[in-house]
Ligand binder design. Structure first.
Ligand SMILES: [Zn+2]
Length: 356
């Protein structure tokens, strides 16, 4: 019998194992691995010899591993936060306690016995934000309250929608084809072409950049769908699409009809790190199956983030491609759907039937 319990789902564990084999530095901070044969736990990038897969158990944090009897590796020191994280944590504590709006970086650096440059780099690295942006986040009551209640900065950041390029939670998004940090709020710099097609669920609007699909909306009236698109990306250049996007439109209509995906659909979205993680997880729900919000939260290793998961589902801009319709409530009720409950119901029925 296995005496070590991990809350990490098998599909996530297999990605972690890949990162472990690659000694992927970017994965440091997202998980740690315990080695059963030695009772030691390591960062993914640890230079030590790779253990056998069967001896490895993954955890989100060192605390979890230590609860189950693992000790930190002396080579990669997985229990020590990096200098940058420690510095930002100290800085944020200072900032959270101060009630003034203006951030004087020089004074802050002096207080922390460091330089402005080091502080600025540390903020960027840990939170993905400039000190000024972080100060703005700090003005949000909820953010401050979370920090006072003992949340980690990075958790507080993504709960409040900041930290879109947070290095701490950032992982490779090759699968989703997302390009974090490319776009500013409102889609500034995006050139979006849209097409409205017919589907069994009414009109479907597919909007895309040269890199990938940016929006998939369902509705009855074309004008309303286009208006929603402009609302979602108020600062993007938006126009009817040229022919190039038609194969993506066809693929999406076929998925609405219940057909198995025939091609990978690249996505080009603006999203927070947490939204990306949720949407990636949703793409792993097979056609014909459903998950509850709580199950999705658990498979992300964040069992308490049920409401945040529900919010990420509700704000999914690419319905169908990111199948948020496959997430339902614990009691089996369908919960909401941005494009109408009857569409959600119909989609799920179609997918179940197609799977038979
Ligand atoms: Zn190690």
């Amino acid at each position: 019998m296995d005496q070590h319990e991990s809350s990490i789902s098998p599909s996530v564990a297999s990605r972690y194992w890949e990162a472990t084999q690659a000694r992927d530095r970017n994965a440091d901070g997202t998980f740690i691995l315990g080695v059963r044969s030695t009772q030691i736990y390591c960062r993914p990038s640890c230079p030590a010899r790779r253990p056998l897969r069967k001896n490895v158990v993954f955890f989100r944090t060192g605390e979890e591993a230590e609860k189950q009897g693992f000790r930190p590796c002396l080579r990669c020191r997985p229990n020590e936060v990096s200098g940058a994280v420690a510095l930002v944590e100290k800085a944020v504590k200072q900032l959270a306690d101060v009630n003034e709006d203006a951030l004087r970086l020089g004074a802050l650096a002096e207080k922390l016995e460091t330089t402005q440059g080091t502080l600025r780099r540390a903020f960027r690295q840990v939170t993905g934000l400039a000190p000024r942006e972080l100060a703005e986040a700090l003005r949000i009551k909820k953010f401050k309250a979370m920090l006072r209640a003992g949340s980690k900065i990075t958790d507080a950041l993504y709960e409040t929608g900041y930290g879109s390029s947070s290095r701490v939670y950032e992982r490779s998004n090759a699968q989703l084809g997302m390009t974090p940090g490319t776009y500013q709020k409102g889609g500034k710099g995006m050139k979006i072409g849209y097409t409205v097609a017919k589907s069994p669920l009414g009109k479907v609007l597919v909007a895309a950049t040269a890199r990938g699909v940016s929006a998939v909306y369902l509705g009855d009236a074309e004008g309303k769908l286009v208006a929603e698109l402009r609302e979602e990306y108020p600062r993007a250049e938006i126009a009817p699409a040229a022919d190039a996007d038609q194969k993506w439109v066809k693929e999406i209509v076929q998925r609405i009809e219940g057909k198995q995906p025939a091609m990978e659909l690249p996505l080009d979205l603006q999203a927070t790190a947490f939204q990306r993680r949720v949407w990636q997880e949703l793409q792993r729900i097979p056609r014909g199956a459903t998950r509850t919000y709580a199950q999705v939260a658990r498979s992300l290793g964040r069992p308490k983030a049920v409401r945040a998961v529900a919010r990420a589902c509700a704000t999914n801009p690419v319905s169908i491609v990111v199948p948020c319709h496959r997430v339902i409530r614990q009691d089996g009720e369908l919960a909401g759907y941005r494009w109408g409950l009857s569409r959600k119901e119909k989609l799920l029925a179609t997918e179940r039937a197609a799977n038979k």
